[in-house]
Design a protein around this ligand. Structure first.
Ligand SMILES: [Ca+2]
Length: 273
C-alpha cells in the first residue's frame, strides 16, 4: 500500500500509542508512595547450577552434609547425601533436579537433608537440640536473602519411600536479620516474619507440585533472609536408608500486588491493625 508522508506518520503514531497502551495494561497501577522494589526469588531453585565435584558436589546456594558444621564424633556424619539428577519435573525447561537421600550410620538413620542455610551437627543423637539448620547471616554460602513478602512457596517433589505413610517435609521461614535456626528455640521465634510448612507422603513415587502459603506473624519485623529445609523424614533419625527425595523448581509466589512493596508494606500493615 502506497502512503504519503502524512499517512506514514499517522500510522507510526498509532503504533506507538498502541504499544504504550499494552505496556500500561501489563502493570499494576502504581499508587502514590509505593516503593519500587523487585521481588526476591530463591537462587538456583531449579537446581541447574552445581559447584564442587565428586563427593564435594552440592547445588549452588544450597547445602547438605558435606558443608556441615561438626564437632567431635559428629564429623563422621559429614558425607555426601545429595546429587544432581536428570529426572526433572514434568514440563520443566531445565535439565536437572536435586536428589537427597538417607543413609545408615552404624544403625542410625541420617535423613537426606538440603537447606539454604548450614547444617549444624552438634550431637550423634539425631533428635538432639544441638542438631539444627541455621542461617549464617555473615556468610553468603549459608544464607539466601529475601526482603520481600511472598504469599506462598511452590516446589515439585518426587519422594521415593517404601512406606506409603512416611512423611517427608519442607519448612521455610522468613526472618529478620539474625542467625535463625530450625528447629527454632524461644530466642529464634521472636525473629520470625512468616512460616510455610508442609509434610508430604510418597504419592506412589510420582512428581507432585505443592504450593504452601506463608503464615505471617510478629508484625513490624523487616524480612531479611529465608531459611528453607527439605528432608526425607519429618523427624530426625527416622525412616529408611533407602529413602530418596527429588526436588525441582522451588519458587516464591507473589500473587498479592500490594505485597510487592516488601518490608515497607508489611510494617505499614502492622501500624494499621
Ligand atoms: Ca531443574
Amino acid at each position: 500500500m502506497k502512503m504519503n508522508g502524512i499517512g506514514e506518520r499517522l500510522l507510526l503514531l498509532g503504533c506507538c500509542m498502541l504499544f504504550l497502551f499494552f505496556i500500561a495494561c501489563d502493570k499494576e497501577p502504581a499508587k502514590k508512595g509505593d516503593p519500587v522494589v523487585e521481588n526476591d526469588h530463591i537462587l538456583n531453585g531449579g537446581f541447574e547450577e552445581w559447584e564442587g565435584s565428586g563427593k564435594e558436589e552440592e547445588p549452588c546456594h544450597w547445602n547438605s552434609f558435606m558443608s556441615a558444621a561438626t564437632s567431635g564424633l559428629t564429623a563422621m556424619g559429614k558425607a555426601q547425601q545429595v546429587k544432581p539428577s536428570s529426572e526433572v519435573r514434568p514440563g520443566s525447561a531445565g535439565n536437572k533436579s536435586v536428589c537427597i537421600y538417607a543413609r545408615s550410620i552404624i544403625g542410625v538413620i541420617a535423613n537426606g537433608t538440603l537447606t539454604t542455610g548450614q547444617i549444624h551437627m552438634g550431637s550423634t543423637s539425631p533428635g538432639n537440640a544441638n542438631n539444627y539448620n541455621i542461617t549464617r547471616s555473615n556468610n553468603a554460602d549459608f544464607h539466601q536473602i529475601v526482603t520481600t513478602c511472598p504469599d506462598s512457596i511452590r516446589f515439585w517433589v518426587k519422594f521415593k519411600c517404601e512406606d506409603a505413610n512416611q512423611l517427608a517435609r519442607m519448612s521455610a521461614t522468613l526472618h529478620d536479620s539474625c542467625d535463625y535456626r530450625d528447629p527454632e528455640t524461644a530466642s529464634d521465634a521472636v525473629h520470625v516474619v512468616a512460616k510455610a510448612y508442609r509434610e508430604f507422603s510418597t504419592q506412589q513415587g510420582e512428581w507432585v507440585r505443592l504450593t504452601v502459603p506463608f503464615s505471617y506473624q510478629n508484625s513490624g519485623l523487616s524480612p531479611k533472609y529465608m531459611l528453607i529445609t527439605f528432608t526425607t523424614n519429618k523427624d530426625a533419625g527416622k525412616g529408611h536408608a533407602t529413602d530418596s527425595l527429588f526436588i525441582d523448581d522451588v519458587e516464591l509466589i507473589y500473587s498479592d500486588a500490594a505485597k510487592r512493596s516488601q518490608a515497607a508494606w508489611y510494617i505499614n500493615q502492622s501500624k494499621v491493625k
